[in-house]
Design a protein around this ligand. Structure first.
Ligand SMILES: [Ca+2]
Ligand SMILES: [Ca+2]
Ligand SMILES: [Ca+2]
Length: 335
């Protein structure tokens, strides 16, 4: 809507342009600028779009300021030109899943119109995320030379045995049900313990720093570098509910927030002994180069993690802690 400044011009015998300039410089009475009038929103209220555009009519050449306060006090949510207000609309950001009522005034130079007496309401219908994230899987990772990282899933029942020599390169991965707040996972929101065959904790005093956490897959998977599982031991990991999704929902403590895994280097067949049966499996695969990364026996038999199964793996088997001594070793319980 174009507001004609005719009477103002005529009264002072000035051209309209001069009058306009004068008003901007001197700060005219607010009654001289018409209060904007809302005509609608784009998209219409009730849409799943938190960035609607607010439309209406106004005095040409004014600036339109949109507020969430009924008296147009405080900083405007958004400001744009009258021409934008009258065409595409003034873009604003609103909270999701709720109704926001907006008000506006117009300004020209230092002068402001009154505030709209009736606001325009916009309902944003995107459902807020109130779902707690869960852990979907845990993995033990090891790097097999040029073949890269190969995982062994850690079963929920604690039956998983890691047979590969991860004494100096231990990595655990956790997969979540959705994207997580990566900063919520740190040394203080995961606990870990080890218990070896003489009742000591090989991880006692071990700390994780921010560089030990690597997030991938859209922040749904985290790799945790423990560096060392230097003993034949059972290892336990448990997350707290301080770990949150990006919306701040705490991790569901449904039982999958923790896992235990026995690290028993050389126990290829996971029967809780490192003995002649494992020796036989590795011998039967001798010369496999490269290993089939989808074959669990291959992966578990590449003890030295070079991507092939050779005499070196068999030699390493007999040198690992627990070789043939398992009968005398109680399987370490998780603390
Ligand atoms: Ca969620
Ligand atoms: Ca075995
Ligand atoms: Ca090997």
């Amino acid at each position: 809507m174009v507001r004609i400044l005719g009477p103002f011009c005529a009264l002072f015998f000035l051209s309209c342009q001069a009058a306009t300039n004068l008003r901007s410089l001197t700060g005219a009475n607010e009654n001289q600028i018409t209060t904007p009038y809302f005509t609608g929103t784009d998209p219409a209220s009730g849409s799943g779009n938190p960035a609607p555009k607010i439309q209406g009519t106004c005095d040409s050449n004014t600036s339109i300021h949109v507020y969430t306060t009924a008296d147009c006090s405080g900083s405007p949510l958004s400001t744009d030109s009258c021409s934008t207000f009258e065409t595409s609309g003034v873009a604003v950001s609103v909270a999701t899943g709720t109704t926001t009522t907006l008000y506006a005034n117009a300004s020209y130079g230092l002068s402001y119109s009154g505030c709209t007496s009736t606001g325009i309401s916009y309902l944003e219908t995107t459902s807020p995320d109130v779902t707690q994230p869960t852990v979907t899987s845990w993995f033990s990772y090891a790097t097999h030379g040029a073949l890269g990282d190969i995982s062994i899933e850690i079963a929920a029942d604690g039956s998983t045995v890691e047979s590969r020599d991860i004494r100096d390169n231990a990595k655990i991965a956790i997969q979540f049900s959705e994207a997580m707040d990566t900063l919520s996972l740190s040394d203080t929101s995961i606990s870990f313990k080890g218990n070896d065959n003489v009742g000591s904790d090989p991880l006692n005093g071990h700390t994780l720093n921010s560089g030990d956490f690597t997030w991938t897959s859209g922040d749904t998977v985290v790799f945790i570098n423990f560096s060392t599982f230097n003993s034949f031991a059972r290892y336990c990991f448990k997350l707290t509910d301080d770990v949150t999704d990006v919306a701040g929902n705490q991790l569901s403590l449904n039982g999958d927030e923790g896992r235990t895994m026995l690290f028993y280097g050389g126990d290829v067949n996971a029967d809780l002994f490192s003995d002649i049966l494992d020796f036989g499996t590795i011998s039967s695969l001798n010369g496999t180069d490269p290993i089939d990364t989808g074959n669990a026996n291959h992966v578990r038999s590449d003890l030295n993690l070079d991507g092939a199964i050779t005499i070196d793996d068999r030699n390493l088997l007999t040198a690992m802690p627990g070789w043939f001594g398992a009968a005398a070793m109680a399987v370490p319980a998780c603390p």
